[in-house]
Design a binder for this molecule. Structure first.
Ligand code: XMP
Length: 513
């Protein structure tokens, strides 16, 4: 186990993922965690992450120097690198020159940390303060134009650090730096593989559920599918999967989900709840209200399914509920203080406590890319494993305005065309997802054939992302955009204009509501 101490930058999760890519299990701890607490968990190494502060700022998060005498290998990056320098007796100063973004670094002597790397390469920086004097015992490995000490190591104490962000893709050789630290300096064993995860989780689920029965709400997405597949492997047909069709799924989706899932799961309960959901949503336009109503109706539907499945439960029998909760959800809900609710995310996991279930959450420690790898390990069909994310509330939050059956049908047609063309162009993996949004309360004038049209615009929202926390708008090839635009305006009667959203996240979110 490697602990990544989070100093409040958005990089901690990325670091934790990169450590796991080096086949070493890692978890994130908030920077307030005491050294005793960390040592209790017997970490093989501790990584101090980057952070937004200057080590000299009032209230800057610090680190207990006891960490440096604990005998545990320590690696610092960016802010963590400066904390290390400061805590070990080196010197940090503000040089007045910030380095931000792509920065050339010169390797003066590679040591173990930078072994095999070119003497000059580019890394990603983001700092105002600079280490000007390395602590005694450390050798300086690299510098930049304004940073005399950009990397250092002390092999005896098994400590090292870099001023840059090796975890971001823009830092050349970044993963290599991390691996040199983990494998060659800290001596961590490379045991984190998805095969081990499957075996461990199946064992754990058997222990937890015993002879009991479990129910799982499948959304059609990869998380709930992989969670359910793990549970099925553990307890076989004592698992029942429920899929709720709320009428806001995409074209052909329910049939596809049914087909895919029946291949994999012994028992699949498909609930048709279209009327129920659309009735509840009638007249509603406010996004948060829509989300809450959808969440509420989902719970009602699920409660009914629960009675069907566990109807003849014996006194005292525990009912288990499988959820596809991921590690980022766990990290984020742990760090609740000061965070604001941007959207009340409703996935099928958003069930209330009083449903009286024991939760089975076999993916709690995993990142999305690891979930996909587990899915592949379990032999789930590629379509299921690589499905692009689709929000629990479905097309309901992609219609700006009231949700009605007609509008859903219009959006379904436009969306089907967009998805088909994206697939044809071979872009399904490159594009993280591409919501199509119907501006149902907006009309614009157009001309088609000989006549004037007065229809609705749709918005294409193609994005690239690694984890949906941040995203960039995708530069779709012009030919693909053209094809989608022509087909949608020709084939979908109500739509006479196709627009494209070129906002990154932040400031935009991926979905429009
Ligand atoms: P936003 O719009 O917040 O979306 O940038 C981030 C990712 O989450 C998906 N999303 C949801 N997924 N239930 C879900 O299961 C929801 O209520 C929900 N809202 C957004 C969105 O599609 C994107 O992948």
């Amino acid at each position: 186990l490697v602990l990544v101490v989070d100093f409040g930058a958005q990089y901690a999760q990325l670091i934790a993922r990169r450590v796991r890519e080096a086949r070493v299990y890692s978890e994130i701890v908030p920077h307030g965690t005491s050294v005793e607490e960390m040592l209790e968990r017997k970490p093989a190494a501790i990584i101090l992450s980057g952070g937004p502060s200057s080590v000299y700022a009032d209230g800057a998060p610090g680190v207990d120097p006891a960490i440096f005498t604990s005998g545990v290998p320590v690696f610092g990056m960016c802010y963590g690198f400066q904390l290390m320098a400061q805590g070990l007796g080196g010197e940090v100063a503000s040089t007045g020159t910030r380095e931000y973004g792509r920065t050339p670094v010169t390797v003066s002597q590679p040591g173990t940390l930078l072994e095999g790397m070119p003497a000059a390469h580019n890394v990603w920086m983001s700092h105002g303060d600079t280490v000007v004097q390395a602590p005694s015992g450390f050798s300086v490995l690299a510098s930049t134009e304004v940073t005399p000490v950009a990397a250092f190591e002390d092999l005896e104490r098994r400590m090292a650090g870099v001023q840059w962000h090796p975890e971001v893709l823009h830092s050349e050789h970044g993963q290599q730096v991390l691996e040199h630290f983990l494998h060659d300096i800290a001596g961590c064993r490379q045991t984190w593989t998805m095969l081990n995860v499957v075996e461990e989780q199946v064992e754990k689920i058997r222990e937890q559920v015993g002879e009991g029965r479990a129910i799982c709400a499948l959304s059609g997405g990869v998380d709930s599918a992989v969670a359910a597949a793990l549970v099925q492997r553990a307890i076989g047909d004592r698992l029942t999967c429920v899929y709720v069709d709320h009428g806001m799924m995409r074209q052909g989706e329910t049939e596809q989900v049914r087909k895919d899932f029946e291949e994999v799961f012994d028992s699949l309960d498909v609930v048709d709840a279209e009327d129920q959901f659309l009735t509840a949503l009638a007249g509603v336009t406010e996004p948060e209200t829509k989300r809450k109503i959808i969440g509420h109706e989902f719970i009602r539907t699920f409660e009914a399914a629960q009675v069907r499945v566990f109807g003849d439960a014996k006194e005292g029998e525990t009912a288990f509920l499988v959820q596809g909760t991921l590690y980022p959800d766990v990290v984020e809900s742990g760090g609740g203080a000061g965070t604001s609710t941007i959207k009340s995310h409703h996935n099928v996991g958003g069930l209330p406590d009083d449903l009286n279930f024991d939760l089975v959450e076999p993916l709690r420690a995993l990142f999305k890319d690891e979930v996909r790898a587990v899915g592949e390990q379990l032999g789930l069909p590629e379509r299921m494993v690589w499905r692009q994310p689709f929000p629990g509330p479905g097309l309901g939050i992609r219609i700006i305005g009231e949700v009605t059956k007609d509008r859903l049908d219009t959006l379904r047609q436009a969306d089907a065309i967009a998805r088909e063309e994206l697939t044809k162009a071979g872009l399904d993996r490159e594009i993280w997802q591409m919501p199509v949004v119907l501006l149902a309360d907006v009309r614009s004038v157009g001309v088609q054939g000989d006549g004037r049209t007065y229809g609705h615009p749709v918005v294409l929202r193609p994005v690239t992302s690694e984890d949906a926390m941040t995203a960039d708008w995708a530069r779709l090839p012009y030919e693909v955009m053209e094809k989608i635009s022509t087909r949608i305006t020709n084939e979908v009667a109500e739509v006479n204009r196709v627009t494209i959203d070129i906002t990154s996240k932040p400031p935009g979110t991926i979905e429009w509501e």
